[in-house]
Design a protein around this ligand. Structure first.
Ligand SMILES: NC(=O)C1=CN([C@@H]2O[C@H](COP(=O)(O)OP(=O)(O)OC[C@H]3O[C@@H](n4cnc5c(N)ncnc54)[C@H](OP(=O)(O)O)[C@@H]3O)[C@@H](O)[C@H]2O)[C@H](O)CC1
Ligand SMILES: [K+]
Length: 663
């Protein structure tokens, strides 16, 4: 019955009116949306009561749709029906506990429901006695202030750099060594199993979030075994829930110990559903995008016993499902692909073939046979004493990461690499008429979002014969006069600019789905401005600027280093290092600034603010409405009937812009 239910069937989407009919496909993103109820009432996610009601409306619509499609769940026992509802709810909305009690407060007239049903294709002609009398759809307005996105940036897929070690140089543990290390950690080294399990589960969740997006409504089933590997799965499920994934658990052989019952309680308090083996579809990918295999770890021995033998068979059968190669469906094994021999691997050849393996502490010998695209290491708790005792070669973890990619880099089909951008709409009435103000607003938001080097920009220049070159430089200042960067006046870009004083800048704020293109004329900044900036730089950068004759071939690296050392010694007393003549700044005065906001299905928003030479004016062309404004130095604006009527009216042009909006 679950398989027959396809949420895609009732997705309705109207971009032009910026209203979407409620669709379960959108549920993952709902927390980030402002919801407009059909009554006209609006609410923000921060408004708990209204938001709770909004969620309820969604669920009632969801259930009504289900019931009208499937009648009374004919043949289902009330228990089974309840369970199925629970699965559907959790798939759609995640946690329900916080808002479900509000259900009793809702009473919506049947007339509203019928009117709404007519617009959504839900049939009410023969309502089931169970059909709630108060279901109706929602209109979702995909708008909210950008600042709220910054508070909860969507999780994005990122790849950690490959560990800087060949596969051969990483240590692989035998089963005996793995057990022994476990014993030392929890013996003389004073760790508790709870601690290690928490770190292991967090590593698993972190590894998954590096490869699979949570904002694609990713549904994860965690299959947990009876031992600590199963415990890692329970912990990972909790972290994944908090990372925004929709998680379900199947934990058929529970352990009575307080550690495990505590983990179960924590998950239940998040309303994460626990499914029995019988609840699961034969083809696990029917209802889930990712299957986490946390059944057996390094203590596995012999042949799998029920019910795990059947579960392992079901996961292994997913290897042959076509859909896997074309979609984001994946099997992820924790520490050991369950059913594999801990040292020999998949002896029978028809075992699980995971897409991702997260080895914990150190990979076990079987991991040598892993051929999937993503091998990660987690369990960042191994102290040097263990590394020394077992002669472990392990890759360093980058930064504060809880996981590190090891093994071969994934082979990717370049043409298949794409992101579906989910952003707030960039509406014309929200764009500053002044491009520098708009740029500053976006730049501040890029800084607030914690982007690395938000001031990095591609600078494209052209020689007099039209040969274009680009490189990344750093923006060092921006104001109404333009965009400033510093460089060596002997560099290729400087040579280009001396021949052709026009250039283009491109800012790419990837995780905000934003780009800003700037085009204009370029001139050198004054000596005083360059000199002031030069002396604000760290001493090492000043020395580097003096010794580096950019774009000039060297006879060897040591020439540069020797020159640096010599200069360093010369100014060892801390004297002022003079700015060399061949180093200084450029300023690009824009005549076009384009703001680009990536949107779903490539329906991006672009706003183009262009300078209109000689006019201190602003011309807006917004949604077909043309507006021409005079823009005084003091910042006030006056409306004019035409461009020619402005000519001569503004005595002291500063710069002027008109706007064009693209859709
Ligand atoms: N130091 C670390 O690296 C840490 C790793 N962690 C994780 O812990 C597992 C190892 O956990 P452990 O509990 O020792 O073992 P398993 O999870 O593999 O499971 C043992 C249970 O499985 C049963 N079992 C074994 N073989 C079979 C089989 N053929 N069929 C059915 N059941 C089987 C076994 O029952 P027995 O009756 O056979 O004893 C146990 O009930 C490691 O891999 C990591 O994932 C920690 O979380 C953190 C520290
Ligand atoms: K496993």
């Amino acid at each position: 019955m679950l398989a027959a239910f396809e949420p895609k069937d009732f997705t309705r989407h109207s971009r032009s009116s910026r209203v979407q009919t409620c669709s379960p496909l959108l549920f993952g993103g709902l927390r980030r949306m402002r919801v407009l109820l059909t009554t006209g009432e609006t609410c923000e996610p921060d408004n708990n009561v209204a938001w709770g009601r909004a969620k309820l409306l969604i669920i009632f619509f969801f259930e009504a749709k289900l019931i009208t499609q499937h009648g009374n769940f004919d043949g289902s026992s009330p228990e089974k029906k309840k369970r199925e509802m629970q699965i559907l709810r959790s798939r759609a909305l995640g946690s329900t506990s916080s808002w479900l009690p509000l259900a009793t407060k809702l009473l919506i007239p049947q007339s509203t429901a019928s009117a709404v049903a007519a617009g959504t294709g839900v049939s009410t002609s023969a309502p089931s006695p169970e059909l709630p009398n108060h279901y109706f759809p929602l209109s979702i307005v995909r708008r909210r202030p950008y600042s709220s996105f910054l508070r909860s940036p969507p999780l994005r897929r990122r790849f950690s750099p490959l560990a800087d070690m060949g596969d051969e140089r990483i240590s692989y543990l035998s089963q005996r060594e793995a057990v022994e290390i476990d014993g030392i950690l929890m013996g003389s080294l004073g760790f508790s199993v709870d601690q290690l399990m928490e770190l292991a589960g967090l590593s698993v969740a972190s590894s998954i979030s590096e490869v699979y997006n949570s904002n694609d409504n990713c549904r994860i089933l965690v299959l947990c075994g009876p031992g600590n590997n199963g415990g890692d799965g329970l912990v990972a499920a909790r972290h994944l829930y908090h990372f925004g994934y929709q998680t379900c658990i199947c934990y058929p052989k529970r352990t009575d110990k307080p550690l495990y019952s505590g983990l179960v309680t924590q998950l239940e308090s998040l309303s994460i559903p626990f499914l029995s083996v019988e609840d699961l579809p034969q083809n696990l990918f029917d209802n889930f995008d990712i299957i986490i295999d946390a059944i057996f770890g390094f203590s596995f021995h012999g042949a799998p016993r029920p019910p795990f033998d059947d579960l392992i068979r079901r996961i292994a059968s997913l290897n042959y499902i076509d859909i896997k190669s074309q979609s984001s469906h994946a099997v992820i094994s924790v520490d050991i692909p369950s059913g594999w021999h801990v040292e020999e691997g998949d002896i029978s050849g028809d075992g699980i073939k995971p897409d991702m393996l997260v080895s914990l502490t150190a990979p076990k010998l079987c991991a040598r046979k892993f051929t999937g695209p993503h091998h990660f290491l987690g369990g960042r708790f191994v102290p040097p004493s263990i590394k020394d005792k077992f002669g472990l070669q392990l890759p360093p973890y980058p930064g504060t990461s809880m996981c590190v990619r090891i093994g071969k880099p994934p082979s990717v089909v370049i043409s298949a690499l794409r992101e579906n951008y989910v952003s707030p709409e960039f509406l014309e009435n929200e764009v500053s008429a002044d491009p520098i103000d708009q740029f500053t607003k976006w730049f501040d938001e890029a800084v607030a979002a914690g982007l690395r080097e938000p001031n990095a920009m591609a600078l494209s220049t052209s020689s007099k014969d039209g040969k274009i070159s680009s490189r990344i430089v750093l923006l060092k200042g921006v104001d109404k006069e333009g965009f400033v960067w510093y460089t060596n006046y002997g560099s290729r870009k400087a040579q280009d600019l001396s021949e052709n004083p026009f250039a283009a800048l491109l800012f790419h704020w990837n995780s905000l789905n934003r780009q800003v293109r700037v085009e204009g004329s370029v001139g050198k900044v004054s000596f005083e401005e360059s000199d002031k900036y030069f002396h604000s730089r760290p001493r090492g950068s000043q020395l580097g600027a003096v010794v580096s004759k950019q774009s000039t071939p060297l006879t060897g690296r040591d020439v540069l280093h020797d020159a640096y050392r010599e200069l360093d010694a010369k100014y060892a007393d801390g004297g002022v290092i003079p700015k060399p003549d061949y180093w200084g700044g450029y300023r690009l005065k824009p005549n076009l600034v384009e703001f680009w906001q990536g949107q779903t299905s490539r329906l991006h928003d672009r706003s183009n603010l262009c300078a209109a030479p000689r006019f201190n004016s602003v011309l807006s062309e917004r949604g077909g409405r043309k507006e021409l404004m005079a823009y005084s130095k003091a910042g006030s604006m006056t409306s004019f009937p035409s461009l020619s009527s402005i000519e001569g009216t503004i005595p002291d042009p500063l710069y002027c812009f008109y706007s064009i909006f693209y859709y």
